[in-house]
Design a protein around this ligand. Sequence first.
Ligand code: GTP
Ligand code: MG
Length: 253
Amino acid sequence: MPRFAQLVLGPAGTGKSTYCGALYNHIKATDPHRPVHVVNLDPAATDLAYAPTVDIRTFVTAEGAAEAHGLGPNGALVWCMEHLVAHPEWLEDQLDAFIDGDTLLLDVPGQIELYTVHDCMATLATQLASWDVRLCAVFLMDAQFLGDGAKFLGAALAALATMVRLAVPHVSILSKADLLAAGRPGGRTKLEELLEMDIPSLVGEMVAAATVGRPAAADSLATVLLHVDMALQYHEGLEVRVARDGDEEGEGG
Ligand SMILES: Nc1nc2c(ncn2[C@@H]2O[C@H](COP(=O)(O)OP(=O)(O)OP(=O)(O)O)[C@@H](O)[C@H]2O)c(=O)[nH]1
Ligand SMILES: [Mg+2]
């Protein structure tokens, strides 16, 4: 049985780190026997909403890369991610601490060119698969983009480009949906209109109105987890483990 991982992607500030922290807390509260860990893969992260079990900043930091190589913030980030996949033994060693059936939430930087233009994120997906980590991409889009057709289309196309490039199961999430409820232009009516169209088939399975970062969001988090677990075939994997353990016990006894 593999380890299971969510690769949490999306443009800067869409709530990836908040999602990782909120989903970690949600799983701990609702399914305490399910092992879950957050892995920070953002070398420029400052204030994280969780305590990472594995942290890329112990291996490489964007600040260090900028100083050492005379790079700007964006170049330093790209350098760090390319360094990560060029030296896969570091991450492989870190992930060796996790056992079959563990759930990993991988929090990555928001520079979408890392997924859509550069090779590093696709290479990372391939490396994870070769280490028997079953991966689902979770792409966050800010629900406030719904108020502007051009912004929403841009985000949807970025999600599509990422889905095609990574070639792993993909779930798109509208984050910060609580802000739509505040009576802003492009609020819930717009959301309902858009979800009635065929957009979900364009951007992958879209989880509607997931308000991921707020305490009242337990229902949304449960919905998101259900969709991602289905994409990962998480429960089928666990059933196989129970059957195999039973078989082995039977053989040994
Ligand atoms: N209202 C609201 N705010 C949120 C939600 N999720 C995140 N935020 C806020 O959005 C801001 C950015 O959240 P982060 O989790 O840091 O976003 P990120 O995608 O990790 O950002 P980068 O790592 O910089 O790309 C923070 O101020 C969060 O508190 C949400 O569901 N609702
Ligand atoms: Mg972040």
